[in-house]
Ligand binder design. Sequence first.
Ligand SMILES: [Zn+2]
Ligand SMILES: [Zn+2]
Ligand SMILES: [Zn+2]
Length: 499
Amino acid sequence: MPALTSPHVAAALVQRIREGSWEAFADTAAAVGYCSRPVRLVGSSTTVDATSGEVVSTFNSEDAPLGALYRRCGNRRAHVCPSCSRLYARDTFEMIRAGVQGGKQVPQDVADNPLLFLTVTAPSFGHVHGTRPNGGACRPRRRDDRTRCPHGRPTWCQRRHDDGAEQVGSPLCSGCYDYTGHVIWQWWAPELWRRLTIEVRRTLAAGLGVAESRLKDAASIQYAKVAEYQARGMIHFHALIRLDGPADGGIGSPAPAPADGRDLADLIRDAVGRVAFTAPPAFPDDPGHVLRFGAQVDVRTVRAGSRTDDPAGPLTPAQVAGYLAKYATKDATSAAGPDRRGTPHLRRVKDTCRQLHEHSTRRRVRCRATDPEYVDPYSLIGKWAHMLGFRGHFSTKSRRYSVTLGALRRARVRWQAIAEESRRTGEPIDTADLEARLLADDEETTTLVVGAWAYDGTGWETPADAALATAAASRAREYGQWKAAMKYTNHTETEGFWA
Ligand SMILES: [Zn+2]
Ligand SMILES: [Zn+2]
Ligand SMILES: [Zn+2]
């Protein structure tokens, strides 16, 4: 990340000041939150009072400081746009937290319902180098127990690896590692998750003694889930799972106790163990793959108010929201390391995706000869090679878990309009029910915006401007962290979040 003091950025700054365009640039960059690659639009719009037909205001991009309307890129991924990624993480944090302890128009009753933080992993496809708790050795073996694999490579590793070390996540022997199994599992991971949600509902209905089709009258499972890459390039899922009462009781209606007296954690742990999926053959003579989650399943209770450093103890809502928000902005590149080319291991995972794609193409040609409607289940696997074969969403939630990210974004736009109006008129902002008004479902239609816009391009005008914006974003971020730390003692105010 370029610093404000780097010669490149300093030169851009001097150039802008000399041209007299520094202020225009600074205003524009601030308005898009120092987005790294904003979208530029040209055109105009007119705001009309819908009842009187009176023109309230007009806006033309020619009058904008840099001659175009700049909008945030809105990208979730930190390496593409640190600023928009942070905003996404912040909204995800608030969305997750509201589902745990209420707030943002989610009733506080949600905090009374059973809440779990579940992590499910992929099974092993071969031994990989890794960091061990308490800085232990990677794969220690006694001297008299040191056997070699069929390829003549050691099956032990006495070294202690650091977190970001190149070897971490790579197999001890790439010849022994089951790359095909790895990629096929990853390809079907979203299907395994889908089956888990069905299995949890089925088990819950049985526990409550109701028919599965009637479960919604007794209870509902709400969740927010993110996918995260491990160093070995495998996805694992983290999910926050909440048991609510009847669906028509609204978000956070009182949860029933399962009739057989088991708690939600046991029920979910058992369900994870039972979920299986037989993957369709991926290549000629494919022996078949019965896919399951890995044996490493972690289920932890989340409780408001219980702050503890015990690794097995309950998690606090803020901890969980923080984890999930952080994971939600990561992608395959975070597993592949900063140069994005990835380790030889991750490159081989991508190659395996492409090989399975070639098999798929040949199979499709063959099968279409007799069945013109044939669709091959692996036909898109090559397209997802850069994601190491994972085609699912990185962040999903059930419908009634919490407030939606869309509602949070809409509220921010409304807030900006209210703040702008207040600046223009000098009238103070009416803070009564402010949050409720910002998050309200109904779109107020007293004014109409009529406009014609055309896409002009993406990004800042010059690489130097982009570097300047990115440098400013990191300064803004430091300031934001400082402000957040200050606010911790003061409680969050509605205005603070939206501004
Ligand atoms: Zn952006
Ligand atoms: Zn090792
Ligand atoms: Zn081997």
